[in-house]
Design a binder for this molecule. Structure first.
Ligand code: ADP
Ligand code: MG
Length: 720
């Protein structure tokens, strides 16, 4: 017999996953409308529509609803729809990526409709000017054209589950105005509504292009080295393993590795790190970087579709589509707000004439104006518009924020925990001292290197580099094992050799045999000391120094200025930690095992949210434990995936930038909400007092929407 899960699976197999590009959405509530409408069709599942990327994804059982019907439903609501899998992406020849043809805004159907209504209104006014006898009828055609278009859309929306749309409110108001003989008012209302929609569309388009600018960083063509010659090919067609020539002044066309040449590459367009990065054979380069000085040959390591920029754009689009807590709150609020205003409008029409014998015409007119105030479009837009711009503004400066929620939280953070190694320091420690207690320095280094071979810890790399530099051959070792936060161990020459923290050594062999004074002296210089043990007996010390990042001091100072407390968490010992902490002006919690880092974060969390900044390599749990995990990883996969935000450039100052950006975004949201609600409140009062005309009421809505969108765009222009 088939169980339910199995049946479900069979049913799911009959479904195809479809992707559509939806055009003409100019308000996030449009996305909700379409989602609701499409979700109600039989056989449709998992509908998600991103307002910003304009991509609609869904599963469709084509036996229940044919594709044509689905597409027709969306068109019926007044939106364009195009099957993405039918849009040709690659075209032969020079033009490589065929973006769906972009119409200039004045050519869009919306613009033509607005022009038409505008023409009718102009003619109407001329007619009533020259022939006052026709005054009552001259503007009816303009109103009817608008009513026909918007009324039809209102009905389509009502049929698919959104009866209280702005189109519905507007159509009722227009029809009502025509009926009570206010024809000029009716025509102006439809005209302003059309103009508003047009402006919103234009503004929303420029918000979208904020992120498209990133894609433009990748050059369109690349020079593939083919034997002796370099051949020009579209960058989107580069294949993994090909070698490309990047001349000075060129942009790097693909993520790859340098195989020949030496140069400085300015990666600031992607990472926000303004200092050019020196590159030599073996260095990784990312698509979009500008090659400054020398010619480079680069082996392509990633195809265009999943290079760093493509992944950033994808993450940004997902982030922009995610709903922040404020946005969700406002959506819940507006779901109640509209019916409430409609109720007030109905009461306004009925109560004064019926209860107090007031004039019907006056109160119907006021009721209609109230209907127009019932549209929450500007309010619904207030938060997502700001979040979208904020996320795009960050991405342009190498601050990748993975959701509206994270963006909202970061600004409220009062304490930030920093991992030391690789975050506040460069993560590339160098061996500075070798202290042999029994044999010579070479055998000490050889033993340590054998143990560290295979460990990915920065200390391990430093020891291996030093051994290689001194020409010490690697001794065979087996049973290599890491004790995270403590040591590495292996069996070398029949002995269990361990390289680990002094604390680990102390636990292994007691205080007597450990040269505590020498360790302390080295640690006071800010060096990390590891003890090499053979069969639980100390045989030597290795001291390493990891230089702080050049901007760490400034980064911490910038945070202090923002009123944020910084704490360094480290598994290193207290002396080393304090020595570095003094230099950087940061509080220090040292000697922490990985699990202690988690409890430190929990302790900081009391009262206000906490952010944790790490390199994303061995501090995943701590990043996850904080309210906001910020990875500083130069765009490594781990960093991009585990954290809530990532600093693509390795700049400590980026943390303060993130906080400032978040606060600016929240201020922007508050301004937007104030504009949206403030205008409504003013017009609510003036309407009831009878001093608002219908056209002012519609202006309050479309005007507010445009203001809110423009205000949000200011975030994109924010200087560094
Ligand atoms: P951090 O907090 O600086 O990132 P870890 O928690 O990774 O440091 O490690 C803490 C301490 O444990 C190091 O300072 C070192 O003494 C010891 N340790 C951890 N792994 C190793 C290793 N592979 N080799 C030597 N020592 C290690
Ligand atoms: Mg670390």
């Amino acid at each position: 017999m088939l169980d339910e899960a199995h049946i479900g699976q069979l049913a799911a197999e009959g479904k195809s996953t479809l992707r559509y590009k939806v055009a003409h959405m100019d308000c996030p509530s449009c996305a909700t409308k379409i989602e609701t409408a499409v979700g109600r069709l039989p056989g449709v599942e998992d509908v998600s529509l991103s307002y910003h990327s304009q991509v609609l994804r869904l599963k469709l059982d084509e036996a229940a609803t044919p594709r044509e019907q689905l597409e027709g439903t969306i068109r019926g609501l007044g939106f364009g729809v195009e099957d993405m899998d039918r849009i040709p992406v690659l075209v032969e020849g020079e033009t490589d990526v065929a973006a769906p043809a972009k119409q200039p805004w004045w050519m869009t159907p919306k613009a033509r409709l607005t022009g038409l209504i505008g023409l009718f209104v102009a003619v109407g006014f001329l007619v009533s000017w020259f022939a006052p006898a026709l005054e009552d009828y001259a503007l009816v055609p303009a109103a009817l054209v608008g009513l026909a278009v918007f009324g039809r859309r209102a009905l389509a929306l009502a049929r698919v589950g959104s009866p209280f749309s702005i189109e519905m409110l507007m159509s009722i108001a227009t029809a009502g105005a025509l009926i009570i003989g206010e024809t000029a008012e009716a025509s102006i209302v439809v005209l302003l509504f059309a103009v508003g929609e047009l402006l919103e569309g234009v503004a929303a388009g420029s918000a979208r292009s904020g992120i498209e600018a990133l894609a433009a960083l990748v050059p369109r063509t690349a020079l593939v080295i083919d034997g002796e010659i370099a051949r020009e090919v579209p960058a989107s067609r580069l294949e993994i393993g090909q070698v490309v020539l990047v001349r000075p002044g060129d942009r790097v066309p693909a993520d790859g590795k340098v195989v020949d040449g030496e140069s400085d590459v300015d990666e600031s367009p992607v990472t926000g790190e303004s200092v050019p990065v020196p590159k030599q054979v073996g260095s990784a380069v990312i698509a979009g970087g500008i090659n400054a000085t020398g010619a480079l040959q680069v082996r392509v390591m990633r195809a265009a579709a999943d290079n760093t920029i493509a992944r950033i754009i994808h993450l940004v689009e997902e982030a922009q589509a995610s709903k922040s807590p404020t946005a969700r709150f406002i959506e819940r609020f507006s779901a109640r707000y509209t019916p409430f205003v409609i109720l007030v409008a109905v009461l306004t029409v009925l109560v004064p004439p019926l209860a107090f014998g007031a004039d019907w015409h006056t109160w119907i007119y006021r009721g209609l104006a109230l209907l127009l105030i019932g549209c929450p479009c500007a309010l619904v837009l207030s938060t997502p518009a700001a979040i979208t711009s904020g996320i795009a503004a960050g991405a342009r400066r190498g601050l990748l924020i993975k959701g509206g929620g994270a963006l909202e939280t970061i600004g409220r953070v009062r304490a930030i925990a920093f991992d030391k190694t690789g975050t506040l320091t460069q993560g590339r420690p160098q061996v500075t001292d070798l202290v042999s207690l029994t044999g010579n320095e070479r055998s000490l280094l050889g033993m340590a290197a054998a143990v560290e071979n295979g460990s990915s810890h920065p200390i391990a790399r430093a020891i291996l580099d030093r051994a290689a530099g001194d020409g010490i051959p690697l001794r065979p070792a087996r049973g290599q094992k890491a004790l995270p936060g403590r040591a590495a161990q292996a069996v070398v020459g029949g002995k269990l050799v361990e390289v680990g923290s002094p604390r680990h050594a102390l636990e292994r062999c007691g205080p007597e045999s450990i040269p505590a004074d020498r360790i302390a002296a080295l640690e006071d210089e800010g060096k990390t000391v590891v003890v090499v043990l053979a069969d639980a007996q100390p045989v030597g010390l290795i001291a390493l120094r990891d230089e702080p990042r050049p901007d760490a001091l400034r980064g911490i100072a910038a945070l202090r200025e923002l009123g944020v407390r910084s704490v360094m968490l480290t598994g290193d010992n207290g002396r080393t930690g304090q020595a570095i902490g003094r230099k950087l002006g940061i509080e220090v919690k040292a000697d922490l095992l990985p699990e202690n880092k988690l409890s430190e974060i929990a302790a900081l969390k009391v009262g206000a949210p906490v952010a944790m900044v790490g390199d994303g390599i061995n501090d995943g749990p701590a990043l996850a434990a904080a309210d906001v995990g910020i990875a500083m990883g130069g765009g490594t996969d781990v960093a991009l995936e585990t954290a809530d935000a990532a600093l693509l450039g390795n700049r400590v100052e980026g943390v303060a930038d993130l906080i400032a950006l978040s606060r600016a975004t929240m201020t922007n949201i508050h301004q937007n909400v104030a504009v949206a609600l403030g205008l409504k409140a003013v017009f609510l009062v003036t309407t009831l007092l009878g001093v608002t005309d219908l056209w002012l009421a519609i202006l309050a809505d479309t005007g507010a929407t445009v203001l809110v969108t423009l205000n949000a765009l200011r975030l994109l222009r924010r200087a560094k």
